[in-house]
Structures are given as C-alpha cells and as structure tokens.
Design a protein around this ligand. Structure first.
Ligand code: SF4
Ligand code: SF4
Length: 401
C-alpha cells in the first residue's frame, strides 16, 4: 500500500503517545534512539511498512494515523525479540505494539481470522470455539482418574492450569495425558479445573484485546478462589506469563510455575525412572514466553539431557535469541493473513534450523508448537524424518508410561 506522509491531526498522536505513559515503563518510549535494532531483529520487520522503530518515528513526526491505515502491525507475533534487544530497554512488545493493536481493533482494522478467535473467546471461554463442557475430555479413560476439583472439592498440593490448546487440540492431548501420567508417577497431589477453566487470555491481550483478557482473568480468579491449593503449574508458557506477570495487577496472585520448572525441581526423583533409551539428536526450541520473556532456558534442557540416549544440539537461534514459532500474541489466529503477506512461515524457518543442526527430534514446551512445527515438516522435504515431540511426551516415553 502506498503511504502519503503528510502531517495529520496532532491530537491522534498526542492521545496515543500519552496513553503509552500510563502503562508500566511506557514513558521509556521517549528514550528511543531510532537505532533500528528492533526493526532489524523483528522476524517480520522486512515485511512491515511500520516496524516498531518506525512507529515511534511516525509518532514523533505526527503521522501516527498513517500507521493505523496500514495492516503492518498484524505481522507482529509478539515474540518480544525487539524489546529484549532494545538498547533503551523500551517495552516495545508489551506497550507499543500491543497498544497499537488495541487502536487497530478500535478502528475496526482486524483480520477476520483473528476476529473469529476473539469472538470464540468471548462466547466459549476459549479461542478454538470448543464447548467448555469438553475441556477435560483429554483425561477420559486415564487411570488413576484425574482429580476434577469441582467434583472432589479436595485441597490439593498443585492446581494444574491446563490451558486451551493443551486441553482441546487433538495433537496436544497426547502430551497433556503424558504430563498427567508423569505427575501420577511422581505421586503429586494435583487437580484440574476442567469445564470451570477459562482461557488465560494472554495472547488475546497481546493481540490488542485487553478487555477480553481482563474478563478471562477475572473469571479464572473467581474459580481459583473456590479451591485450596499451594501453587499453580501451567502447560502453556503464555498462561504462565499471564499468571506470573499480568494477573497480580488485577489482584489475582498465586505462586505459579511452568511444568518444566516443576519437573526440574524433581529431577533426582525422575532420573531413576528414565529407563528407556531415546537415541537421538534433540534440538530444543525455546518458546518466547518461557525463555526470552521469563528467563527459563536451563530447566527444559536439563530434563531432556537426563533422558538416556539424548544428545542435545543447539539451533542457530537459541535462548534469548530464539526464533518465534509464529504462534504467540495472536499469531495462531493470523496464519492466513501472514501467509498472504510473507509467503513464508516462521515455523518453517525454525524447522530448517533444526535440520541444519542435524537434529532428529525438535523438542518443544509450548502447546502452540507441535501442530505448527509438524505442519512445517510436511512442507520441507528435508524435514520428513524430523519428529516434533513435547518434553512431557519424551519423558513419559522414557519412563515407560
Ligand atoms: S531498538 Fe529501541 S531505541 Fe532502537 S529504534 Fe527500536 S525502540 Fe528505538
Ligand atoms: S514483538 Fe517480535 S514480531 Fe512483534 S515487533 Fe517485536 S520483534 Fe517484531
């Protein structure tokens, strides 16, 4: 789209700019050096008419309205790479990109697939549009039966917040069942919320729907208050991020860990149970909201290294410089839109990196990833032998569960 860079109403700039200052560390936007690091590191920066640095430039030039007339910002997958490498420590993803998406939604400039996921969340409590009644169907037939807190009302040590994709997505349900088996093998007293659980709302927040995020958080908060537990564990790094960093500001505060942290703490108990060898070179993909945003890099690698036969290899993007799978911050619901613009997928880039590292297994720890990476392996002939496995699946296999 051709952009006319003529100065527009300063009030649009002013209102947007000052709204950033109300957000935590939002005033740091003033310190932008216009160095271009954010635009350079952004995986889709080369497609965006206005990558992050240029959005700030547009505000300063009082032409922010032009940003809203493009669909540039919908190429942002909220991966936080820009924020992690900004020399001025500007919270670009959380503040600038998310607020810009909010403005786009207010202006009605929203791709239809994202709109559908947001509507599903509002109507059904999950972006997939699944029935809340089926939220615990993944656990049917498991022995011992998974403790549904609404049924037993027993105090538990651990409340397992299972999350949307781990509950409903057919590819993920095997990994969810694997984690349930591991928790049972370790003798953990845990329970789940099942139909009472709502979406964590974090990706909806990052996609610009703050109101929907708050609605989901409040609903989850009301359910949490009904039960007695010592801590929450999550399958999904996005849920972990929401509960750790976003829910407390809404008065919903509980000790929370990602399941890889929880299992890592029990590694000495797990090691003797890891009996079956998995002889393979394994590359671990750091999920953005586990690694880059929350600093958890070593625990998943330690769990994988403990499996007999596993040889860890590293991909060219790793740890804080990991490459997004393309699913975060609403990316799961923008695949068609982003394909139209870029004619490539970040998941395909990542799978190519795994092949270059000579990996036989691409190990993941986020429920968005197995379906995305498995789809990518089908489009890349060299990846036809690459297996995509959740860490819980690999551990359960080695534990003969
Ligand atoms: S990396 Fe930070 S300082 Fe550099 S252009 Fe981007 S926002 Fe500005
Ligand atoms: S969060 Fe990621 S995708 Fe979005 S602008 Fe920053 S680097 Fe680009």
């Amino acid at each position: 789209m051709e952009i006319t860079l003529s100065p527009l109403s300063p009030s649009v700039n002013q209102t947007f700019y000052t709204s950033l200052f109300d957000l935590q560390d939002g005033e740091r936007v003033r310190t932008c050096l216009q160095c271009g690091t954010c635009s350079g590191i952004c995986p889709f920066g080369y497609i965006m008419k206005f990558p992050p640095g240029k959005i700030i430039g547009a505000i300063r030039a009082e032409i922010f309205e032009q940003v809203l007339k493009t669909d540039s910002v919908w190429m942002c997958v909220s991966c936080n790479a820009c924020a992690s490498f900004c020399p001025s420590n500007i919270p670009i993803t959380r503040v600038l990109m998310t607020r810009t998406k909010e403005e786009m939604i207010l202006a009605g400039n929203v791709p239809s697939e994202l709109q559908a996921a947001l509507e599903n969340t509002q109507r059904y409590g999950n972006p997939l549009g699944e029935s809340p009644r089926k939220r615990a169907d993944w656990a049917l037939g498991l022995q011992p039966e998974v403790n549904l807190l609404a049924k037993t009302r027993q105090p538990v040590e651990v409340l397992w917040y299972v999350g949307d994709y781990a509950s409903y997505h057919p590819r993920m349900q095997s990994a969810t069942r694997a984690l349930a088996k591991i928790l049972n093998a370790l003798g953990v007293n845990f329970g789940i919320l099942g139909p009472e659980e709502y979406s964590d709302g974090d990706s909806q927040r990052l996609a610009g729907e703050r109101g929907l995020f708050e609605m989901m958080a409040q609903k989850n908060g009301q359910v949490f208050r009904k039960y007695k537990f010592n801590e929450i564990i999550t399958t999904d790094p996005h849920a972990f991020n929401a509960l750790k960093n976003e829910y407390p500001a809404l008065g919903i505060e509980y000790p929370v860990r990602h399941y890889t942290q929880f299992l890592f703490e029990r590694l000495e108990q797990i090691k003797p149970l890891l009996k079956t060898e998995i002889k393979a070179k394994v590359a671990y993909h750091d999920p953005c909201y586990l690694g880059r945003v929350n600093g958890i890099f070593d625990e998943p690698r330690a769990l994988l290294s403990a499996i007999p036969g596993v040889e860890l290899v590293e991909m060219s993007h790793q740890r804080i410089n990991s490459l997004c799978c393309g699913g975060g911050g609403g990316g799961m619901w923008l695949d068609g839109f982003q394909w139209e613009k870029a004619h490539t997928r970040l998941s395909e880039w990542r799978v190519r990196e795994a092949i270059s590292a000579n990996a036989q297994i691409l190990a993941v720890a986020c429920p968005y990833e197995p379906p995305r990476f498995e789809d990518a392996t089908k489009t890349i002939p060299a990846a036809s032998q690459l297996k995509v496995r959740e860490i819980a699946e690999l551990l359960a296999e080695s534990m003969d569960l």
